[in-house]
Design a protein around this ligand. Structure first.
Ligand SMILES: Cc1cc2nc3c(=O)[nH]c(=O)nc-3n(C[C@H](O)[C@H](O)[C@H](O)COP(=O)(O)OP(=O)(O)OC[C@H]3O[C@@H](n4cnc5c(N)ncnc54)[C@H](O)[C@@H]3O)c2cc1C
Length: 303
């Protein structure tokens, strides 16, 4: 019996109504618009459905891949054998906690969380407004921009392990550092996150968000598929400046290229493969290293 039939048979026993899609194209779920088919993709609507899916996967001795909005993932051309659990829009909900905090479910986009906070007159998430991922992916990645990072405002995170056990982690246990959280090491799944914010005027908060969106639109190649910054910021300098100084703006492998508009972005010019992007990132990293002695590491999660 294949994984697919086995999974389908078992999961239907526990969750007859669960939304499952088979041979689901990953390129439809990633901002890069790249990736072959996932054998099975599941869309749990709440934490109980997620728990049951994880338990069935554990029974089958497999570990599913977790997908948020797919805005930081390079999915393989050959597809994914087994299960992908998509949490975007699935784990949904936002709530105000006390006067100055909010709790946001993992599948909510960071932009929606920032607008929710602004409407409550709470400042601190303006930087996250233009980051196109979910709160779950954002906490996992410690997403940040323009001097802000989720780790600065995130106080508590509910997580689930691959056996379906749940626990709550406080800030100290989340080990936030630049584009890193302890969840990348533990592999636990974010269910929700609490953010501690500061009172502000909704209009002032919205003005700040508009200003930051303006800066993004002016500097980033938002008209082409990408996964955001291709490389992490190195200890000395900026990836984009190093790439530009190495003469690599516009450098192309197949249909993947370093953006002409922002050298920190690798873009899909149309029909790029994961192999194109991987080769592009390797070649750029090697050439920058040869020129500057600085080794660039991908920020994009290569599956
Ligand atoms: C145009 C553009 C601009 C961007 N700008 C920024 C920016 O300014 N700053 C920035 O930091 N990033 C930026 N990004 C990258 C991306 O949006 C962030 O990394 C974001 O946090 C990814 O969230 P996601 O939901 O899309 O995660 P995905 O891409 O779906 O997943 C990323 C990783 O997180 C894991 N993951 C996802 N959800 C969960 C969960 N609930 N629990 C545990 N693990 C999970 C996945 O397994 C994967 O390893 C940009 C991307 C694009 C396309």
């Amino acid at each position: 019996m294949t994984y697919l039939t086995e999974f389908q048979k078992k999961i239907r026993t526990f969750l007859p109504e669960i939304e499952l899609r088979f041979e689901e194209p990953m390129h439809q779920h990633t901002s890069f618009r790249i990736g072959g088919d996932a054998e099975v993709m599941a869309f749990p609507k709440n934490r109980e459905e997620l728990r049951q899916i994880l338990k069935v996967s554990a029974l089958l001795d497999t570990k599913p891949a977790i997908l948020g909005a797919g805005t930081n993932v390079l999915a393989p051309d050959e597809g994914i054998a087994g299960l992908v659990i998509c949490l975007k829009d699935c784990l949904d909900g936002l709530a105000q906690i006390g006067d100055t905090a909010i709790r946001v479910m993992a599948g909510v986009t960071m932009s929606r969380a920032a607008v929710y906070a602004a409407n409550l007159g709470l400042a601190g998430l303006e930087f996250a407004h233009g980051i196109p991922g979910t709160v779950g992916g954002g906490v996992y990645m410690n997403a940040g921009a323009y001097g802000g990072e989720l780790g600065q405002v995130c106080t508590q995170v509910e997580v689930m392990d691959y056996e379906g056990n749940q626990r709550t982690l406080c800030r100290e246990e989340l080990g936030f550092s630049y584009r890193h959280s302890a969840l990348q090491d533990s592999g636990e799944i974010v269910l929700s996150a609490c953010f501690s914010l500061t009172p502000g005027q909704p209009e002032t908060i919205r003005d700040k968000m508009r200003e930051l969106i303006g800066r993004r639109t002016a500097s980033q190649p938002l008209n082409l598929p990408s996964a955001g910054s291709a490389f992490k910021r190195p200890a000395n300098g900026y990836a984009a400046a190093l790439i530009e100084n190495a003469g690599l703006k516009g450098y192309r492998v197949g249909n993947a290229a370093i953006s002409e508009k922002h050298a920190g972005f690798a873009v899909n010019l149309g029909g790029a493969t994961a192999a194109d992007v991987k080769s592009l990132l390797e070649q750029v990293s090697d050439r920058v290293f040869a020129q500057s002695g600085i080794r660039l590491e991908p920020e994009i999660r290569i599956w």
